[in-house]
Design a protein around this ligand. Structure first.
Ligand SMILES: *[C@@H]1O[C@H](CO)[C@@H](O)[C@H](O)[C@H]1NC(C)=O
Ligand SMILES: *[C@@H]1O[C@H](CO)[C@@H](O)[C@H](O)[C@H]1NC(C)=O
Ligand SMILES: *[C@@H]1O[C@H](CO)[C@@H](O)[C@H](O)[C@H]1NC(C)=O
Ligand SMILES: *[C@@H]1O[C@H](CO)[C@@H](O)[C@H](O)[C@H]1NC(C)=O
Ligand SMILES: *[C@@H]1O[C@H](CO)[C@@H](O)[C@H](O)[C@H]1NC(C)=O
Ligand SMILES: *[C@@H]1O[C@H](CO)[C@@H](O)[C@H](O)[C@H]1NC(C)=O
Length: 410
């Protein structure tokens, strides 16, 4: 199928399904979330710089602005689990932990907004959150109103301690309650992750801006590889549901933490960009090393991820355990652009030399009309006008090469 047909096909599929119309997430959401790095650390005596408290979100927000993350597109700063008191207040409202958030969420939201950022918060559809804090079951409407009053811009609603039967309807109700507040609140749903492919994905599209599909990511390459493999194995099913306003979410970027090497970090950025995945970092922005930060801020990787067509990419071939991922990009009227990710799933010790044949990928052999950017290597000899339909790249084990191929404007 050529690209135009493929795009038409995707649009037709999506428009036979109603999709959430709150004007948000027209490109994959970008931001920062506390969970993977900071978990449920609540002892601020033992962990003064890492516990879940007001200071963590304020210092991370400051860094988002001062270090260029906001400028690059990372906009949401999102509180995950363990932010609340263990009980609701006298009016049954959720309340932030009185010691760790002494000024409350409203004040934090005001601070975040004053920097030009947006604030996200975490809740759970069930009786309790995964960390044992109050859940929203029986209080969905009140919690939606409370979040809106606080000035929250994004809600991640988890699915621990839930009766899986009828879970979709509960999330749909929450989506309506959020809408009824009149505040634009991005809605991140977790039910597909709990029901995997048995979830009603049409309802995810109809009621959510993004949704987790699969298990939590931890800080290791094996998880990036496992998630990527699951998305590849199920891509035919998953891709039809993602597009502007509604996205599959393979979970956080763990780049800059303990578990990924520099080359593996390029692999995660490559795969997430090509999947049109939300780019939600979870890292200590005060201690991240510059070479990891550069990957998160790479403007061409972000451009691929944020492409306005919003077409989730796919694994198109696998040879010698080298995975070739592609994503069509907005181009000219005549021809699309293309992102090509060459990801090594190998474990042997040296660079693997890999020949990429672009003829079938570009669906034209007039390569002269394209410009190539080797996204993570500004000194690459490949950078410049595309010189051939066959290009040779070297990929280190568990690393990646990401190519951006754009039509040259007349
Ligand atoms: C917090 O950590 C301190 C210092 O390690 C320890 O003495 C204290 O018992 C901990 N508090 C709780 C509630 O676990
Ligand atoms: C959703 O809302 C409808 C209408 O108010 C209600 O009948 C239904 O019980 C709710 N379902 C869940 C699972 O919350
Ligand atoms: C609520 O939903 C309506 C209809 O889908 C939409 O037009 C409106 O923008 C939504 N409002 C908010 C605040 O999300
Ligand atoms: C999913 O939900 C939609 C809308 O409520 C419904 O029409 C459809 O039958 C459901 N699909 C499945 C497979 O249950
Ligand atoms: C990557 O390698 C792992 C470990 O050998 C394997 O389980 C997985 O299927 C591979 N992924 C793909 C997409 O081939
Ligand atoms: C490109 O070359 C310059 C000059 O040699 C060097 O400073 C820079 O680090 C190189 N960039 C990369 C990504 O290797």
């Amino acid at each position: 199928m050529n690209f135009l047909f493929r795009i038409l096909f995707i649009f037709l599929k999506i428009y036979t399904i109603h999709s959430l119309d709150n004007g948000l997430a027209l490109t994959p959401p970008m931001g920062w979330l506390s969970w993977e790095r900071f978990r449920c650390l609540t002892n601020c005596t033992a962990y003064p710089n890492e516990c879940i408290n007001e200071a963590l979100f304020k210092r991370s927000a400051d860094k988002m602005v001062s270090d260029g993350y906001l400028k690059a597109g990372y906009e949401y700063i999102i509180i995950d689990d363990c932010w609340s008191e263990k009980s609701r207040d006298s009016k049954n409202r959720l309340q932030a932990d009185l010691e760790r958030f002494p000024n409350g969420i409203k004040e934090l939201a005001d601070y975040i907004h004053s920097l030009g950022l947006k604030l996200g918060i975490y809740g759970d559809y069930g009786t309790m959150t995964c960390g044992g804090y109050p859940g929203s079951l029986d209080y969905l409407e009140l919690d939606a109103q409370t979040f809106a009053e606080w000035g929250v811009d994004y809600l991640k609603l988890d699915g621990c301690y839930v009766d899986l039967e009828g879970m979709e309807e509960g999330y749909a109700n929450m989506s309506r309650f959020l809408n009824a507040t009149g505040r634009s609140i991005m809605f991140s749903c977790s039910f597909p992750a709990y029901k995997e492919l048995k979830a009603n994905y049409s309802m995810a599209v109809e009621y959510c801006n993004l949704w987790r599909n699969y298990g939590d990511i931890d800080d290791q390459w094996a998880d990036v590889r496992d998630i990527a493999t699951w998305f590849a194995d199920n891509q035919k099913f998953l891709r039809q549901y993602a597009g502007p306003g509604h996205w599959n979410d393979p979970d956080m970027l763990i780049i800059g933490n303990f578990g990924l090497s520099l080359e593996q970090s390029k692999s995660q950025m490559t795969i997430w960009s090509i999947l049109a995945a939300p780019l939600i970092m979870s890292v200590d922005l005060d201690t991240i090393q510059p070479e990891f930060k550069a990957i998160l801020l790479n403007d061409n990787a972000i451009k691929i991820n944020q492409d306005p067509l919003g077409i989730p990419g796919e694994l198109v071939s696998k040879k010698d355990n080298i995975l070739l991922w592609t994503k069509p990009l907005l181009g000219t009227e005549e021809v699309n652009g293309l992102a090509v990710g060459i990801v090594s799933n190998r474990t042997d010790g040296y660079y693997y030399h890999y020949n990429v044949d672009l003829t079938s990928l570009l669906q034209t052999d007039s390569y002269e009309q394209f410009h190539l950017t080797d996204v993570f290597d500004e000194n690459s000899s490949l950078n410049g006008p595309l010189a051939s339909t066959e290009i040779m790249v070297r990929v280190p084990p568990s690393g990646a090469v990401l190519l951006l191929i754009s039509p040259i404007e007349e």
